[in-house]
Design a protein around this ligand. Sequence first.
Ligand code: LRH
Ligand code: MN
Length: 430
Amino acid sequence: MSKIIDQAVIAADNDKLAADLKADYAVLGEQLSRRGIAIDDIKAQASAFAVALPSWGVGTGGTRFARFAGKGEPRNVFDKVQDCGVIHQLVTITPTVSPHLPWDKATDYQELRQHAAAFGLNFDCVNSNTFQDQKGQEHSYKFGSLSHADAATRQQAVDHNIECIEIGKALGAKALTVWVGDGSNFPGQQHFARAFDRYLDSNRKIYAALPDDWQMFLEHKMFEPAFYSTVLQDWGSSYLAATQLGEKAKCLVDLGHHAPNVNIEMIVARLAAFGRLAGFHFNDSKYGDDDLDSGSINPYQLFLIFNELVDAAERKLAGFKPEYMLDQSHNVTDPIESLMNSAVEVQRAYAQALLVDRMALAGYQDGNDALQATRTLKQAYLTDVSPILAMARLERGGAIDPVAAYRASGYRARVAAERPAVASSGGGIV
Ligand code: LRH
Ligand code: MN
């Protein structure tokens, strides 16, 4: 595996931090053993944790108002994959990249696959895009795509998704995520039932093109770009659609696609219980689909979601194999630093959830001891698992402090010199 960052730079930074880390790890190990928990077991599970990187997340993001390009913006999917390689080298828990088409179109996908493999990366779930019109496109998606009133426009969107499956097969992916912005801005503009029927009919054609070992992830979203109704607006609509399509269709939960204060952890518990939890697009938000860094606004919600996931795994629910992906927009930070930090914050929530005393919790729940029940969760959440996560990184050849090692490497300055500067532009998330 070729190392993009000089391993000596990482080693030098680790050498400064290793002694303190070993001391902190020992102290935490002592604390956990008093709770009947073997710290090395938690480290082993945290070490095996993995979350996929969004190819579109390594470029600076923007809003509808503006996008302020950063230095060394990736020029193409090969640059994006190299930047993902830097992230994986330093945090060691992001072995896959989720591509987005046509943003990541290439002429030779075998070459792209080998390029990724050189950095220890594989390709994960492919994302289609029928929420923008491409140059020379025959039919516009202005009034929707898979649910469009016009059959030729729907067929064009179906064909694009089938092309994404073909490209995904060449990249070694095993799933397709379908998010559509289809909806309406005015009451009466769209017939809710007919639009949903058209959406289902189009997805049946995509579903029929799935290889046997593939899955199809339906991504619901409350609003934006439509501001009155969205065809796949909530988890209920997604569950209905998935159960109409077949076993290979599941419901993907993007944390930012819910109204503020929605109990997302309960949605996760429901979808897991009925075998339709596809996985996640992790991010954080305070108002809308803000696509902020995971764990940056509401880390307790992220923990509560993983509390449900660990519970589901321990209860060995049928078909429970969720895919973990980040889906964020980095408008004011170095995307590589944000993605490294976010991957670790998602891993942190998982490790904290492993510390929950589930026997005690079940007892308090069955005994209606609400206070002791919630304190049992808080004890796990309030445990600083940083030494476990850092020790796992160190033992896998990563950085104890990924951001410090990254900054010491001068990688951003290096690619800024190699890659032509990109002018800031009008709106758009990428
Ligand atoms: C829609 C979404 C979807 C992606 C896009 C980049 O808001 O979450 O997952 O296709 O962002
Ligand atoms: Mn998403």
